[in-house]
Design a binder for this molecule. Structure first.
Ligand code: FDP
Length: 351
């Protein structure tokens, strides 16, 4: 008899339930460790997890558009097929407008503030989000993500929040994070206190499970991430920094490797795990670069800094910038502390 055959009496190997920490349990534990917590922030984080699961489900069907129906058409169920970024935007708005926890929202996809409908109560928090970042990658089946940022309101007297609640400094964020739709769906978030945690969706049970507790970015990396197609448009400092990273010098770990997905969530996620630097510099013609302060730079900057890294415009800390417009753009250098410090030296002319 073959010895490879599994005995019918053997107990199947399964993960012991005590080893699993669901995101719900984790959020609740964190809430209980904060004296005076009302549970509102926990509620918002649960809703982020739900929204990530809903968007992730649709993203995973993106390659089936030719079978399930093209955008703008009516599918076999008689439903209109929505563009994925419209779906993601609506999903955020509908999942967050009625909980009584928010007083106003803003989305990368909308021109102005998103008010809470009159029929619902307003709360003490403010949510900003980029519902589907990296969306130009969807058709190529490349990782994309959703990014979120949460603040406490500053306007008083209850009622709906205003632009004043939304135009903030990144250092005022109380929570920030992203959901990455990649080979696995992952939710990574921080509520400050130097703690960043990552959860991976187990699709078989529909739960985010704690997979990357207490994430810390390496002090120095070996990878730079930048769209070098724009090299000739970059400042002299940025060009010299790239040349420096490409030089051969074993002692300082050079040359660095280049990795650029072109999907910020994916590029920052890799940077958080492996270290190095992600940058989207400004150019002479477009000094602010492409990325948005409120929807991309601030939340990702908070995560990177809470994990021990640095986020800079090249001359100033990202998280200290006072936003003046909802869709303000900002040049960005973020990642391992030593690598970003080096970029700043080149940008400011110290090197
Ligand atoms: P996308 O346009 O595909 O939505 O800010 C959006 C963003 O992607 C980022 O996710 C990404 O890092 C960047 O733009 C890519 O821009 P380039 O194509 O100019 O490199």
């Amino acid at each position: 008899m073959s010895s490879n055959r599994v005995s019918a009496t053997k107990t199947p190997i399964v993960t012991r339930p005590s080893q699993i920490v669901t995101i719900d349990r984790y959020i609740l534990d964190q809430q209980l460790s904060q004296p005076g917590a009302t549970g509102d922030l926990s509620g918002l984080l649960y809703d982020i997890a739900l929204t990530g699961k809903m968007i992730g489900r649709e993203v995973s069907k993106a390659g089936l558009v030719d079978i399930l129906g093209q955008t703008g058409t009516i599918n076999v169920q008689g439903e209109e097929v929505q563009k994925l970024d419209d779906y993601a935007n609506e999903c955020f708005i509908k999942n967050f407008d009625h909980s009584g926890r928010l007083c106003v929202m803003a989305s990368e996809e909308e021109d102005g503030p998103i008010p809470i409908p009159d029929k619902f109560e307003c709360g003490n928090y403010v949510l900003l989000f980029d519902p589907l970042d990296g969306s130009s990658n969807i058709d190529a089946n490349v990782s994309i993500g959703s990014i979120f940022s949460i603040y406490r309101r500053v306007t008083e007297g209850g009622g709906c929040g205003t632009l004043e609640d939304l135009l903030r400094k990144g250092c005022d964020q109380v929570a920030a994070g992203y959901v990455l739709y990649g080979p696995s769906t992952m939710l990574v978030y921080t509520t400050g206190h130097g703690q960043v945690d990552g959860f991976t969706l187990d699709p078989s049970i529909g739960e985010f499970l704690l997979s990357h507790p207490n994430m810390a970015i390496p002090e120095k990396g070996k990878i730079y991430s930048c769209n070098e197609g724009y090299r000739n448009l970059l400042s002299d400092g940025t060009r010299r920094f790239l040349e420096y990273l490409q030089e051969d010098d074993v002692d300082s770990g050079r040359p660095y490797s280049a990795r650029y997905v072109g999907s910020m969530v994916a590029d920052v996620h890799r940077t958080l795990l492996y270290g190095g630097i992600f940058m989207y510099p400004g150019t002479e013609k477009v000094p602010g670069g492409k990325l948005r302060l409120l929807y991309e730079a601030n939340p990702m900057g908070m995560l990177i800094e809470q994990a021990g890294g640095l986020a800079s415009t090249g001359t100033e800390p990202i998280l200290e910038l006072q936003a003046t417009e909802l869709h303000q753009r900002v040049p960005l250098y973020m990642g391992s502390k030593q690598d970003v410090e080096l970029a700043i030296e080149f940008e400011t002319g110290v090197r």
